[in-house]
Design a protein around this ligand. Structure first.
Ligand SMILES: Nc1nc2c(ncn2[C@@H]2O[C@H](COP(=O)(O)OP(=O)(O)O)[C@@H](O)[C@H]2O)c(=O)[nH]1
Ligand SMILES: [Mg+2]
Length: 225
């Protein structure tokens, strides 16, 4: 198809059309209840994390422009698996998205909660292919204690170059001035990491996040620029 924009150079910010086309290739790869069940992956993996009900599955579906890719549950806390989605044209997987189980859901038993916090921490610390993290946060709640704990766990890896984005979801629930306020407060608390607003409902921030993730997954090779 001659209308497709050319693929940008690695490390560059791609055209929104390229980034959204790439996102649209997302397809289910595998699911795992435990870390050792996850396949070793040779391409960059980008994890979506956050409290249950923060909007992770909806965000993945919106980026992929697919209704049912990641199950956007009406019953929070039910997606207790790590779900992987492959990206790239058929036969050429060039990145993986990981939908991690949400934390903080009150109706889950204490032991289940602790087990999942452990799985999550182990994943974030030890997953070799992990190249970037998108932390989704409902700006009406702000970064909670559990989000802060997660930030602590990943801080050493972020200092070593792991990409990190805080995505404030459900922006449509806030006025313009509330959005600006939530952005500046979260920027202070996120220690210099990227913070963006996102709304699946109003399609706010969708292109920008797709472009950023494309860039994460296609870094410039050292020596090139
Ligand atoms: N208004 C609004 N609601 C949203 C948005 N994104 C998600 N939601 C709702 O928030 C709830 C939780 O979303 P879900 O994606 O299942 O959250 P998850 O538990 O983090 O995967 C659902 O009822 C969604 O419809 C958004 O951008 N705007
Ligand atoms: Mg979900």
């Amino acid at each position: 198809m001659s209308t497709t924009p050319q693929a940008p150079a690695p490390g560059a910010l791609p055209d929104a059309k390229v980034a959204m086309g790439w996102m649209h290739t997302a397809r289910f790869l595998t699911t795992a209840a435990q870390l050792h069940q996850l396949p070793a992956i040779e391409v960059p993996e980008i994890a979506f994390v956050g409290r249950s009900n923060a909007g992770k599955s909806t965000c993945i579906n919106t980026l992929a422009q697919q209704r049912q890719l990641a199950f956007a549950s009406k019953k929070p806390g039910r997606t207790q698996h790590i779900n992987l989605f492959a990206l790239g044209k058929q036969g050429v997987m060039d990145a993986v998205l990981a939908d991690l189980p949400g934390y903080g859901y009150a109706a889950v038993s204490r032991s289940d909660k602790q087990r999942w916090q452990q799985v999550m921490a182990n994943y974030l610390v030890s997953r070799k292919s992990l190249s970037g993290i998108v932390l989704l946060c409902d700006p009406r709640l702000g970064l909670t204690e559990l989000d802060e704990a997660l930030l602590e766990v990943v801080r050493p890896r972020v200092e070593q170059g792991l990409k990190f984005l805080v995505l404030l979801t459900k922006a449509d629930k806030l006025t313009r001035s509330e959005q600006a306020k939530a952005l500046s407060i979260t920027r202070l608390n996120a220690g210099g990491g990227e913070v963006r607003m996102f709304s699946a409902l109003k399609k706010q921030g969708v292109d920008e996040v797709a472009q950023l993730l494309w860039q994460w997954a296609h870094p410039a090779v050292d020596g090139e620029s």
